[in-house]
Design a protein. Structure first.
Length: 254
């Protein structure tokens, strides 16, 4: 015979199976050796306050005009039908001229964090196509959590984006170029970031490119289901406890 907690857990499991009806993010075990701590690209995270970092970034990029530099900016924003992801690339060898942009909707089974991972990865994959010898490529994003995830090889959630970035970076290196990821503060008038943000809004009418549910979204749904089940159990317990025993806390302080 099942106890109350066992029945409660069973209902949660059944609810999860019903709610998570789409394919889930897959992890590939043992993709990296335990001692493998490096990626073929650098990640750069500033400790400056946002306003100072925005000014420093803008000033620095001005000094790079005319250099063999491809600067890519990505962004992700939520909408009611999914997560909008955008990408804008600028060729600094030609006065920071915009040479590429793209937008997509990665679906309702993702969170903004996943969208940021996708945006950075899209930047890597575009760079792998156009990289030139001795070229420097910088991918910029305003989500530090996504950059941290791509910093160290691991088999944790987000692995698929990490593997794609590593594959693209290796292609870039074989072409004689190099690539790095840099944090830039969002909504601080950084030109490339503002351009990516405006592009993201164009993806509102795009159909989702995926129906996969990320593990991050799965965790959120499970937490919400468990909370709902607990609230229901609590509401059922209170009147029952009052009738069964007038000396209970619920009966005395109802």
């Amino acid at each position: 015979m099942q106890t109350g907690p066992q029945r409660q857990l069973q209902r949660i499991v059944q609810s999860i199976q019903t709610t998570l009806s789409t394919p889930e993010e897959q992890l590939i075990p043992h993709s990296f050796r335990p001692w493998q701590k490096q990626t073929p690209y650098r990640t750069v995270l500033s400790r400056l306050p946002k306003d100072e970092e925005a000014q420093a970034h803008t000033s620095y990029m001005q000094t790079r005009l005319g250099d063999s530099l491809l600067a890519i900016y990505s962004d992700a924003v939520p909408l009611h039908r999914g997560i909008r992801v955008s990408l804008a690339a600028f060729d600094y060898a030609h006065n920071a001229r915009e040479v590429h942009w793209n937008t997509l909707n990665i679906g309702q089974g993702q969170i903004v964090y996943n969208g940021e991972l996708e945006g950075i990865t899209q930047g890597f994959e575009y760079a792998a196509l156009v990289a030139a010898p001795s070229q420097e490529i910088r991918v910029h994003a305003d989500n530090q959590a996504a950059i941290y995830r791509l910093q160290t090889p691991s088999d944790k959630p987000g692995q698929a984006w990490l593997l794609r970035c590593i594959q693209a970076a290796n292609q870039i290196i074989r072409k004689g170029a190099n690539i790095s990821i840099h944090w830039v503060p969002g909504h601080k008038d950084v030109a490339g970031n503002e351009r990516a943000d405006s592009l993201a809004k164009r993806a509102a009418k795009k159909r989702p490119s995926s129906n996969t549910t990320s593990l991050a979204m799965t965790g959120i749904k499970i937490k919400n289901l468990a909370s709902k089940e607990w609230q229901q159990a609590l509401s059922n317990y209170t009147p029952s406890a009052i009738h069964k025993n007038p000396n209970t806390y619920a009966a005395k302080y109802k």
